[in-house]
Write a protein that binds this ligand. Structure first.
Ligand code: ZN
Length: 162
């Protein structure tokens, strides 16, 4: 069951299914399996259109404990809005991980907005791609809930300091 998908407004591409993926496993190779407390970010060369999960405008999607981003589509979206692909590839994964912890809803502004424009990227330094205070609080609560449910011994409970 999909919990969310992100898309850009007009992306003229044809999706192709791929089985290649990268998984960042950090320094603990024992944590490769996804679980409610082990979210996995996959960056695939491309993602297929799956009815009810993605459409031909989707750059990423979130299902279960997996956040998935299409590298090719992120590059094309970057060209479309006039930014570096790295900007897309920092924002879309955070958006999709946000869906894993917040659910399928979008917000009228911020990183959980359903789609972004060139103007949003121009305002990136002004906080156009931040989680709201409420969303951050919800995500921390969800992480704590999952950790408790999974019997995880320790979870940092404070927001990072600036
Ligand atoms: Zn979304």
């Amino acid at each position: 069951m999909p919990v969310g998908a992100f898309s850009f407004p007009s992306k003229p591409i044809t999706p192709v299914k791929s089985n290649t993926s990268w998984v960042c496993q950090g320094h603990n190779p024992g944590n490769l399996l996804a679980s409610p407390t082990n979210l996995i970010l996959r960056v695939l060369p491309e993602i297929a259109v799956v009815p009810g999960v993605t459409n031909d405008l989707s750059i990423g999607f979130a299902v279960g404990s997996y956040a998935t981003v299409s590298f090719r589509w992120a590059r094309e979206a970057a060209d479309l809005v006039g930014v570096m692909p790295s900007e897309i590839l920092t924002i879309v994964p955070a958006h999709e991980i946000g869906h894993l912890l917040l659910g399928p809803s979008h917000s009228p502004r911020g990183i959980m907005h359903a789609s972004w424009s060139r103007e949003d990227f121009a305002r990136a330094q002004l906080g156009a791609f931040l989680f709201t205070t409420q969303q951050a609080k919800q995500m921390r609560a969800e992480v704590m809930r999952r950790a408790e449910e999974q019997g995880v011994a320790h979870v940092a409970t404070t927001a990072p300091t600036k």
